[in-house]
Ligand binder design. Structure first.
Ligand code: MN
Length: 326
């Protein structure tokens, strides 16, 4: 059961010092939402601390005022309200961030993940919204909070990245209306699109070259997958954010229904990212079998290694589900 925007706004208005945080390994929606919200609340005179367990990935440092984001330290903050954005479970905030927020008498949870169990004291979970940035735009404008250029730029990047630049089925007419409103207020979407999608570091292209060489197809080419090993990551010198959107090279192939990337991590675990192109194939459900979650069309999980084992277990489950939906 969701709390109302006005109840959440009231809690924010009554607070002096607010901390805003997002999930580990943040993406465009996570960083755009926390920075956009923080800047708007600062315009209403609030003291705001912005936390990210893993800081800001290199591909998002172009976001205006993204330097206000602090990499969390494990020390409880003296705050009246904590706000978790785009964060499906409390654990996903990260260990240090949870400690930093632990003294907050009130936790507000605003998100669009279907697997969010409403862990806040106040919750607003809209699973039909394509991006947390879209919920934030609606919240701020409906509740009379001020927006400036930097707020709009951050919220645009949040919405653009989570909708695959307005391609995914979760994109609604409201999404386009919000962007139209922001353009009417002076937002330069082409300039931002260039920074998000046309300014990749060269090492990302080297990564793409490896992907194209190594990608695998199963189930009559309805599944495309790739395993990104630690060896490849070390050889290329991969940085946080480099793999963002790489999965599209698999997803965009004709006949492919599911795209999966298996990423070996330093702790020996395998991070799985899965995408579906068929609304009958719910990859969040499959990821949940392995302790993960996300959205119906885009989800993730962490499996035990080695990578070949994780690959065969996950693909087996995916193949069964594809068979089931016919
Ligand atoms: Mn999101």
């Amino acid at each position: 059961m969701n709390d109302t925007f006005s109840k959440i706004a009231e809690a924010i208005q009554g607070a002096r010092h607010i901390a805003i945080a997002c999930h580990v390994r943040p993406d465009g929606d996570a960083i755009g939402s926390i920075v956009g919200t923080a800047l708007s609340l600062q315009l209403s005179g609030k003291k705001v601390t912005v936390l990210s367990e893993d800081g800001v990935p290199a591909n998002l440092t172009f976001l205006p005022s993204s330097n206000i984001v602090q990499t969390s330290i494990a020390e409880p903050l003296d705050i009246d309200v904590a706000i978790a954005l785009d964060n499906a479970t409390k654990e996903r905030l990260g260990e240090r961030t949870n400690i930093a927020l632990s003294a907050a008498p009130l936790l507000i949870n605003i998100d669009h993940h279907v697997t969010n169990p409403s862990y806040g004291n106040l919750n607003y979970i809209d699973t039909l919204s394509p991006a947390t940035g879209q919920i934030i735009y609606e919240f701020l404008t409906h509740q009379g909070f001020e927006l400036n250029d930097a707020v709009r730029q951050n919220l645009f990047v949040a919405i653009s990245t989570d909708t695959g630049s307005f391609q995914y089925s979760c994109t609604t007419s409201t999404t386009h209306r919000i962007v139209a409103e922001m353009m009417d207020s002076g937002l330069d979407t082409a300039e931002l699109a260039k920074k998000i999608y046309q300014t990749h570091p060269f090492r990302r292209t080297e990564l793409l070259r490896v992907l194209l060489n190594e990608m695998k197809f199963t189930a009559d080419r309805s599944i495309a997958s790739w395993a990104l090993t630690l060896a490849t990551q070390n050889k290329i010198g991969v940085e946080a954010g480099d793999t963002e959107g790489l999965i599209d090279a698999l997803r965009t192939i004709e006949g492919v229904t599911a795209a999966v990337i298996f990423e070996e991590t330093a702790d020996g675990k395998i991070r799985v990212s899965a995408r579906s192109k068929d609304h009958r194939l719910n990859v969040s459900k499959i990821c949940a079998e392995f302790g993960g979650g996300g959205h119906a069309m885009a989800a993730g999980a962490k499996l035990c290694g080695p990578v070949a084992d994780a690959e065969s277990r996950f693909l087996e489950s995916l193949k069964n589900e594809l068979k089931r939906i016919g």
